[in-house]
Every structure is written in C-alpha cells, then in structure tokens.
Design a protein around this ligand. Structure first.
Ligand code: AMP
Length: 223
C-alpha cells in the first residue's frame, strides 16, 4: 500500500502522516525532511538542493528522485509507505509509477483554506534534532522553545520564512495542483477537510484506510 498525501504547504500533510504511521505502522517519507537532511549534511545533492529550497520553488526532479529511490529501497518500505510531499508535479507522479508501479495506492488531498495555511506556517517550529514539529499556538512544547522528545532548541524551518510563503503557494497552485485531476482520474483520490483540528482531519482518513485495509466491517466498528 502506498498512501500519498497531497495539499498545500502547511495544510497538515505531515501531521496527518504521523498519525497514519502510528495507527498503521507504515513509515512516513517526507521528501522535505530528506532534502533538509541532505542540506544539513552538505551532501552533493544537498548542496544543489539548498538554493532551490531557499527560493520557495521545487528542487529538481532528479535530485528528489535520487533521495526517494534510496529511501524506498530500505526494508521497512516493503509492506507499504506514506509519502508526504511527493509527488509535487506530474513528472514526479510518473517517476513514482516507474520506480514502484503496480502497488495499490490511496491519495488524500488535505484541503485547507489559505488563511489557515499561512497562520500554521508562521507558527510552525521544528526540532532540528529529531524533526518533531510543534506549533506555538496549537501544539506547544512543555517548555517554551525546547523539544519535548529530545531537549533540542526549536527553530523555524528555513523555508517557513514568511517572505517565502507566497512563492511556495504559487508553486503549489501551478505545479502540484494538477495532481488532483491525475489521482482523481485514477480513482484513488479522497478529499479531506483540513481546516479543523488534527483529530477532525484524521477521522475520515482513518475511515478510508480501515475500509481499504480491513474491509467495511472493521471501519464501521470504530466511531
Ligand atoms: P516540505 O517540507 O514538503 O514543505 O518541503 C520543503 C521544501 O523542499 C519545498 O518547498 C521544496 O523546495 C522542497 N521539496 C520537498 N519535496 C519536494 C519534491 N517532491 N519535489 C521538489 N521539491 C521538494
């Protein structure tokens, strides 16, 4: 099974992906995280990616595909995986088919209003130690500015700079939105309202996954 999470930056894909991972045990692969790790480690791909990420655009398909290919080859992906932030354009969707086609897939489009997305991006903080995500309004750490899990000081992600948000939204509308029609045509797209709390957003995702993975009886048993 492949679970694809589509949505604007800040729509809640990553948080929903974390809940899917906890509930179903599939690893969550965020190409943004893979890229940030490569940038931090100054790998050759990371050095190339850094300047593109710093402008709010997309990193070259070949770079992202290289990182994804390595990650999908790991044994934990054999039974399935969750993709957060990939594909981001039609050619990546085709790359994914070529890399790992034939696998059953479900795509969730997290639909979140632009004002909500902008507010979430502005209040998002990240732990550079373990990549845990916080929000200074809705998901505060116990001690201000410090990661609950590993004690590292929280930072704002480089690409969450407020001045980059309009460009990232434009990139989403022009490059990523065409994927909605692509997955709709494949008959695997589910639209999810992402404006509420994380629990409210996750509920319909869980119903769909329970139905697909365990059959209708199981999904009815859960409220
Ligand atoms: P994210 O954490 O998913 O918001 O990604 C952060 C940044 O990494 C994006 O603004 C892009 O510059 C880059 N990025 C992440 N995933 C991809 C992808 N699939 N293709 C191209 N660039 C990506």
């Amino acid at each position: 099974m492949r679970v694809i999470l589509l949505g604007a930056p800040g729509s809640g894909k990553g948080s929903v992906g974390d809940l899917v991972r906890s509930a179903y045990g599939f690893p969550k692969i965020s190409t943004g995280d893979l890229l940030r790790e490569a940038v931090q480690n100054k790998t050759p791909l990371g050095v190339q990616a850094a300047s593109q990420m710093g402008k709010g655009g997309l990193v070259d398909d070949a770079i992202v595909l290289g990182l994804l290919r390595e990650r999908l080859a790991r044994p934990d992906c054999r039974a399935g995986y969750i993709l957060d932030g990939y594909p981001r354009n039609l050619s990546q969707a085709k790359d994914l088919e070529a890399l790992d086609g034939g696998r059953p897939e479900i795509a969730f489009l997290i639909e979140t209003r632009e004002d909500v997305v902008v507010r979430r991006i502005e209040s998002r903080r990240m732990c550079p130690g373990c990549e845990a995500i916080y929000n200074v309004i809705t998901k505060k750490p116990a001690q201000e500015g410090v990661c609950d899990a590993c004690g590292t000081a929280l930072v704002r992600r480089q690409d969450d700079r407020p001045d980059l948000v309009p460009e990232r939204m434009k990139t989403y509308h022009t490059k990523t939105e065409p994927l909605i029609a692509y997955y709709q045509a494949k008959g695997v797209l589910h639209r999810i309202d992402g404006n509420g709390t994380l629990e409210e957003t996750f509920r319909p995702v869980r119903s769909v996954l329970d139905r697909v993975l365990h059959g209708p009886a199981e999904s009815q048993a859960k409220p």
